[in-house]
Ligand binder design. Sequence first.
Ligand code: 7TS
Length: 404
Amino acid sequence: MQYDYRSDFPIFGNNPLVYIDNAATAQKPEAVIDAVADFYERHNANPLRGLYSLSVDATEELESARAAVCGFIGASSPDEIVFTRNTTESINLVAYSYGLSNLHAGDEVVVSITEHHSNLLPWQFVCKKTGATLKFIECEPDGSIDLDKVEKLIYDRTALVAVAQVSNVLGRENPVGQIAKLAHRVGAVMVVDGAQSTPHMHVDVGSIDADFFAFSGHKMYGPMGIGVLYAKRRLLDLMPPFLFGGEMIDSVKRDSAVFSEPPHKFEAGTVNVAGAVGLHAAIDYVSSVGFETIGKRELEVSSYAMTGMLGMKHVHVVGSHDPAEHNGIITFTVDDVHPHDVSEILAADNVAVRAGHHCAQPLHEYLGLRSTVRASFAFYNTIADADKFLESLSTVRERMGYGN
Ligand code: 7TS
């Protein structure tokens, strides 16, 4: 008998909901909810400001969370971990701080066509401000990236390369380590968007040799409102602050200030300690389940779902048809039925999926699609969930009046 991981998640209680929108946000295990409540019930104070014991407690909780994140992604030191609100803010921090002060007219920024808008718009902005040019790595029809094409695109004008480790639409893992090598060969920095990889696989920023790595707590079973930017210490030392205010200074005069050392230099204002504590609990929870189990269970359920989908002649899976290349994320279309209608019909059967462009409009345009439906599985989803999804999906065309 397999352990029912859904029982760790209070939201599933007596709820018949089939939640397969995990790429948007994951549900929270009791351990995370309890850790956040415990912080507010027993340790709440503003960290770094007070010398009384509660404030010391809050500071210790924050720094212990930072150490946990450091270990979780294989950073060399907790000083390389900056707490932000989410992946979007982490990438914007790099864009405003590193991008605006290091990029110039004539430089090139390389992103992939598969990027979420959060790893595209900040670079559009930096390019407009600095006169740098934005270039795209086009993917193959199965969603893969051809490294020979990347090699041709990255040359001595390239100053920054920004690619997601896993696409939120295709689910495919990109060869970010090899792309980082190509970037470093020409002296460019490598930004990795880890929003969709951290929930599914063991990440080691050292072996990727990422200069920057961004992810969100909420997609990996932690709270919303807490995110992480990892950056190499050498870069953090050189970068100007992104936001200015309290908790990021050593001293202030009327017309000047001395900033704190990283990472505090990049954490202006009161940080989300409860969020960091919740993220710490999420890291402990995910580690106790283990990525081997997570990967195995996600593959089992998403393979079952994909086999069912590929057997439906009016359903078309986007990207590769090998479930092992999807990290639980299956994006698809149904002939003649708008993705919003598909998702509404599934919702009527208590199946939660996402429809639209998933904040990846250039990818959709590149694939010749306006919008799609996305089912994204987590390790707590079951074969019974996949069955309910397939059953509902198989009736969509009929319910829209197209026969089956
Ligand atoms: N990068 C990727 C690859 C993402 O999938 C997302 C969110 C983000 C960045 C932004 O994360 P945030 O936490 O800052 O919002 N992706 C999605 C999604 O696919 N559906 O809803 C949110």
